[in-house]
Design a protein around this ligand. Structure first.
Ligand SMILES: [Zn+2]
Ligand SMILES: [Zn+2]
Length: 269
């Protein structure tokens, strides 16, 4: 088993230490674990711009040092990959590129968390949106993820249809052209798509992305990886067997993992 997307307590909205996630992963028999806590708000002036969203900028070196120390301590027992989940903020990627280049990261996850001025899970967004507008909103979200991929800064594209997280109805809204454009952008950027099971912690349930989008991803030859997006240690590799079963049915045969930016494919079993 592999899991390339986990958080921990430094972000202010997850629980457990990095060691707790490593221990939980080893207990479940995980072979490759990515530590990928939320990147500090590098584009902000303040050191700790959003205390319940991400760690202070000044804490990032300690996070990386602790992750690297765990990687060494547990080498042989479990492969630990050192990563971070960065926000994609259009037009404000430069501070991220500069700061992230200073660390020996195995990979970086790029995620759209802020979309058109609001957090993706903020339900107040939908108060001003009519039924007719839903396909266009969904298409714009996919285009934002495509733009994120095209920056070339990221190895993994995080939860690519998470706008449905607290608005489940969006899952069934069609936006096929924008979805295909996004998948091709991800493939052409050299990044991979994560299958993220944390939809189970939101109103939408299920996974990001929908199985239908996974079929399109397979059609376009987009590589994939597994992401629990665990914010509690117990969720490491959550629903892994179910995901493998669905992916295998679609025709996928393995995961992509990254070591110091180099992609490597590992078979499901
Ligand atoms: Zn989080
Ligand atoms: Zn995220």
């Amino acid at each position: 088993m592999i899991d390339l997307h986990t958080q921990h307590e430094r972000c202010g909205h997850a629980t457990g230490s990095l060691r707790d996630y490593v221990t939980a992963a080893m207990d479940k028999g995980v072979r490759v674990l990515g530590l990928s806590d939320h990147t500090p708000m590098f584009a902000a002036e303040e050191d700790h711009a959003l205390p319940r969203v991400a760690m202070p900028k000044s804490e990032f070196p300690a996070y990386i040092s602790e992750a690297l120390a765990l990687k060494e301590e547990f080498a042989g027992a479990i492969e630990i990959l050192v990563s971070t989940e960065a926000d994609f903020l259009p037009g404000r990627t430069e501070p991220y590129a500069r700061e992230l280049s200073r660390y020996p990261l195995d990979y970086v996850i790029g995620s759209v968390h802020m979309f058109e001025g609001k957090d993706i899970f903020d339900v107040t967004r939908w108060e001003a949106v009519t039924e007719d507008e839903l396909p266009a909103v969904k298409a714009r979200f996919f285009r934002s993820v495509a733009e994120c991929a095209r920056t070339g800064l990221f190895h993994v594209m995080g939860h690519v249809d998470a706008l449905k997280g607290n608005f489940p109805r969006l899952a069934a809204v069609p936006a096929p052209a924008a979805a295909d454009e996004m998948l091709v952008a991800i493939r052409d950027s050299g990044a991979v798509l994560e299958i993220n099971t944390s939809g189970s912690t939101k109103m939408c349930g299920g996974w990001y992305p929908e199985p239908e989008l996974l079929e399109r991803a397979h059609h376009f030859g987009v590589p994939i990886t597994f992401a629990s997006d665990a914010h509690v240690p117990e969720r490491v590799c959550d629903q892994y067997p179910e995901v493998v079963k669905v992916l295998d049915g679609i025709g996928f045969r393995g995961w992509t993992v990254f070591r110091r930016g180099e992609a490597r494919t590992v078979p499901f079993a």
